[in-house]
Design a protein around this ligand. Structure first.
Ligand SMILES: Cc1ncc(COP(=O)(O)O)c(C=O)c1O
Length: 960
């Protein structure tokens, strides 16, 4: 029977689960071997090995807990194998079924006082069963003997009351480093009580845990005062688990300490006082996170009898329950969902457009959970969330930088807002026909070009997708900090449609918008940063663009404003009904500059009949993420890594497919860590790569390279996976399919997918063996086609000059184009014609520029290769021709591409706009100028052309 090696796992949860199962199996075999008089030595060795593996871990969980684990080991070491086997079986049963969470589990140790059965004892005394209640663990940081720990655990049980909303057990650790470890390992920990009596450093050997731990206390606690030690520990626990409620228990003057350290803790208690008070505070802390104001209000409302004289016949099921023809709808959905169908905005409910009650509270709770200053619920997905943010922030004529392969909602959002759009090119992955992400150098270069053109004051927003569909993740903090160095009031929109879950993993979290915004905000205010900035600014004075591109820039702490927005499809990665999304805001200037516009934009895009079920699900999904996000995301990542391993290590699968690694999806020059497969080598390495590399790969998304099968991605998805085995996936490319794990992914679903892939590979293998020579040649050609690089992915070719702004001398200014003008020009049929691919090519050969009147989007890969106003290039044509996909939105097979007629271009050219600040040129953020935060640098910038106020004041105007 195999050993369990923690290094084969990415989360302690899975390792522990497997180790206990193995231990149960081994101890059963040991007791049967005793009964049958067999050789015990190999089994004893195996059990010893497993116990040794588990030993360093068990003290960080309340069940079975150190005491019972030690007693169980004693049964083994004294040769009581039978009793040992039964005890291990009970413990494992408790773990597998999670019955330990009920608080009524008898001690697994026979004859042991029912230490863990206090909940049961209470129920007996009171003569009723305790209702099922959520369970959590309280981490106590204090030096104690085992006897003191046991007494405390019993004390905790004695405080329990039948009407407590939750049950909890305690985990005690005696040192600061172990406390940080426990917070990382044990996802059941929801609260932590720190005493002032804990050791600087554990005397235990903690090396076995290192593989699962990445957050540490970097300072030597021995060098610090007790107050400082408490503070350092509190910060380290916060870094690992920001959601945990922290308490301080002290024998010293509570009032005084509260003044000094209060902001780190939820409450500070005096050690000698009221244990019941502490108990109730703990429960209240978790209850505050458990609250779901809108969901609860909706539930309550739905059970009230109401007369509905409102345009919602389905409300409370009224149009269904007595129907002769649609009873099956009720059977399928159940009554509750219809009881909750309402659009009432009073009677305990609230209005999404002007929330003042439970919806406002729910949004505030979400803001806390996601680390935002404000959070807004959106019922029409991130497609709408993006449009709301863009409309709120961007005025006509504002320049927006955005990755060209962003989601279509941005293209529409920006054209509606009337932005001058600068498309940024992501690095291409031609081998797989996918894009990576936009290098920081490219973003800086664009900003510097705009600076040189004197247009920096009009640059408003940088919008990027993080992570990308394929899982490429930016260094969010670095991108923002360097951009703020060039443009101190730049606003950022991070499209985190795929990344809401990232907040709940301590390594992922650092690359989320809200976390990075807070980190920059704190850093800019830190005296050390201000000190470091001065010599940096002096050193950089007079630096040319190349020098600025080549070094890491610092934002000027006196001028930079932290203005960050994130849009998340909660429904894609956390629990929410379809279309449930959130907008998170961390904008220092929100109240003064955005609030009104945000409200208008929200009204413009939000239905006046929002779906309450979606809103309630966002509220409950937030609760879940807050209380069990850590555990669920850990499991998700573990499942994803198990899937990768199962595929890559399978001898048959390896012949035809493999999971693309970080090394394959992110070129080496973006990865100073040099790590090709960061997570495979432990959380610490993952943390290193995520700390250092410009781009990292989200390990929960798995791009399977299937070029070796000779089957293209689309066919593999539709025919092989979906039609034959019901496996649903979302995205494919020419030679890849993308598997996304999520918090609902189970080990069984991973196993099923592996089983399906093995079946497919086996069939393919059999087919190839039986192929005729002709069939084989055909197959080999298909493989060759899919494994050779396709036509290179096209860069953004540029807008036609008629959609660019003009300098005073009539020459085109910078590359940002007026997409809205081009888009609406295309509404007029008389300005457009259709050309086939060959006709476009002929025109290009004769030196004519052909300009697209529409978005042209091949699916897959699903990003527009042409936007309205963009000129065709040979690269674009050959890319589209090389695609296997039949679906090209914006291309009509019988007619061709919709392009502008030469007459339309001529007219657009004649009315091309001189560049000027359109809209309100006195807007305060225009002031902040274009230097790098250093006056001497500003002096070197080219003189700004004076805005031509009164130019083409109507950006909506279509010429002609
Ligand atoms: C990057 C990105 N942003 C936004 C969206 C739109 O999100 P939703 O489906 O929630 O409207 C998507 C959808 O796939 C997306 O991939």
């Amino acid at each position: 029977m195999a050993e369990v090696n923690p290094h084969a796992y990415n989360t302690p949860w899975q390792f522990r689960a497997d180790a206990w199962c193995r231990l149960e199996e081994a101890s059963y075999r040991l007791s049967t071997a005793v009964a049958r008089g067999r050789d015990l030595a190999p089994l004893i060795e195996l059990v010893e090995g497993l116990l040794a593996r588990l030993r360093p871990f068990e003290r960080y969980w309340a069940f079975p807990g150190s005491h019972i684990f030690n007693q169980t080991q004693r049964l083994f070491s004294t040769g009581a194998y039978d009793k040992f086997g039964r005890t291990v079986a009970k413990i494992n049963h408790g773990l597998v079924t999670e019955s330990y969470r009920s608080g009524v589990l008898g001690s697994p140790l026979e004859g042991e006082s029912e230490a863990l059965n206090v909940g049961g004892a209470i129920a007996e005394v009171l003569g009723h069963h305790l209702p099922a209640r959520p369970y959590f663990e309280l981490l106590i940081v204090a030096t104690m003997t085992e006897a003191q720990e046991l007494a405390l655990a019993n004390g905790v049980h004695s405080w329990r009351r039948p009407d407590d909303a939750f049950l909890y057990e305690i985990v005690v650790v005696g040192s600061g480093d172990e406390a940080v470890i426990a917070a990382q390992l044990n996802a059941n920990v929801q609260a932590c009580a720190i005493t002032r009596r804990f050791s600087h450093r554990s005397h235990r050997d903690l090396s076995a845990l290192a593989h699962f731990v990445d957050t540490h206390i970097s300072e030597d606690l021995a060098d610090h005062s007790p107050d400082e030690r408490v503070e350092i520990l509190a910060k380290a626990i916060r870094e690992a688990r920001p959601e945990i409620d922290l308490y301080l228990i002290t024998e010293l003057e509570v009032e005084d300490i509260a003044g000094r350290l209060g902001h780190h803790f939820r409450r500070i208690f005096h050690a000698g006082e009221g244990t019941l008070d502490r108990h109730l505070s703990l429960l209240e802390g978790v209850a505050a996170r458990y609250r779901t104001p809108f969901f609860s209000a909706l539930r309550e409302y739905s059970h009230r009898p109401t007369g509905v004289f409102h345009a919602l016949p389905i409300s409370q099921g009224k149009s269904i329950v007595d129907s002769h023809w649609i009873a099956d709808m009720l059977d399928f959905y159940g009554l509750e969902v219809f009881l909750a169908e309402t659009s009432a905005t009073c009677g305990g409910l609230d209005s999404l457009l002007e929330p003042t009650g439970p919806l406002r509270d729910a949004q505030q709770l979400a803001a806390k959970t996601f680390g935002a200053r404000q959070t807004y619920f959106v019922t029409n997905g991130t497609s709408t969330a993006n449009k709301i943010v863009e409309q709120a922030l961007v005025a006509p004529g504002d320049i927006v930088l955005i990755d060209r392969n962003c989601h279509q909602s941005h293209h529409y959002g920006l054209l509606m807002a009337g932005a001058q759009v600068t498309y940024l090119d992501a690095y291409p992955l031609n081998q797989y026909s996918m894009y990576g992400a936009v290098p920081l150098r490219e973003i800086k270069a664009r900003l510097l070009a705009l600076r040189a053109a004197g247009k920096l004051d009009r640059v408003k927003l940088l919008a990027l997708t993080n992570c990308t569909f394929d899982g490429v993740v930016y260094d969010v903090e670095r991108v923002m900090e360097e951009c703020l160095a060039i443009k101190p009031d730049l606003v950022f929109l991070w499209d985190e449609a795929w990344f809401a879950f990232a907040r709940f993993h301590r390594i992922f979290r650092k690359r989320t918008a809200m976390h990075a915004a807070k980190a920059i905000h704190e850093r800019l205010r830190a005296p050390e940063y201000r000190q470091a900035y001065l010599p940096y600014a002096e050193e950089l004075a007079g630096a040319d663009d190349e020098a600025l591109l080549n070094r890491r820039l610092m934002a000027d702490p006196a001028r930079a404003r932290v203005r960050v927005y994130a849009t998340q499809s909660t429904h894609k990665t956390l629990t929410s009904l379809r279309q449930g999304s959130m907008i998170h805001v961390f904008d220092q200037d929100f109240d003064q500059k955005v609030q009104e516009a945000f409200h208008e934009a929200y009204m413009a895009h939000t239905s006046t009949s929002p779906n309450y079920q979606v809103l309630a699900s966002l509220d409950v999904g937030r609760r879940q993420a807050d209380l069990e996000g850590t555990e669920l995301v850990q499991k998700q990542v573990e499942n994803a890594m198990q899937l990768r391993d199962a595929i890559d290590k399978h001898p048959l699968l390896r012949k035809y497919m493999h999971c693309l690694s970080t090394g394959e999806m992110i070129p080496a020059h973006f990865r100073p860590s040099g790590l090709d497969q960061p997570l495979r080598t432990g959380l610490r390495n993952m943390a290193t790569a995520w700390e250092q590399d410009e781009f990292v790969l989200d390990p929960s998304r798995i791009t399977l390279y299937i070029g070796g099968t000779g089957i293209d991605g689309d066919t593999f998805k539709r025919v092989e996976l979906m039609d034959r085995y019901g496996v649903q996936i979302n995205k494919t490319s020419r030679n890849t399919v993308l598997f996304m794990t999520n918090i609902g992914t189970t080990r069984s679903s991973v196993a099923y997918l592996v089983e399906v892939l093995v079946k497919l590979a086996q069939e393919l293998d059999d087919r190839i063996t039986d192929m005729s020579l002709t069939d084989r040649a055909h197959h080999e050609r298909a493989v060759l086609r899919l494994t050779s690089p396709s036509a290179p992915l096209p860069d953004f070719s540029g807008f036609h000059t008629c959609f660019l702004e003009r300098n005073g001398d009539g020459s085109p200014s910078t590359a940002d184009g007026d997409v809205r003008r081009a888009f609406y020009l295309g509404y007029d049929d008389s300005f457009c014609e259709y050309l086939t691919s060959d006709e476009v090519e002929q025109k290009m050969e004769s030196g004519e520029q052909v300009v697209s009147a529409t978005f042209v989007t091949p699916y897959p890969p699903g990003f527009p290769v042409l936007v309205p106003g963009q000129v065709f290039s040979r690269q674009i044509l050959s890319f589209i021709r090389s695609l296997d996909t039949k679906e090209v939105h914006g291309y009509r097979p019988h007619l061709g591409y919709r392009v502008f007629t030469p007459k339309a271009i001529e007219m657009a050219e004649a009315t091309a706009r001189p560049w000027s600040r359109l809209g309100d040129s006195s807007r305060a953020d225009g002031r902040l100028g274009i230097d790098l935060g250093v006056e001497s640098l500003a002096a070197q910038a080219k003189p700004e052309p004076r805005p031509q106020v009164g130019g083409d004041a109507d950006p909506l105007r279509v010429p002609g």
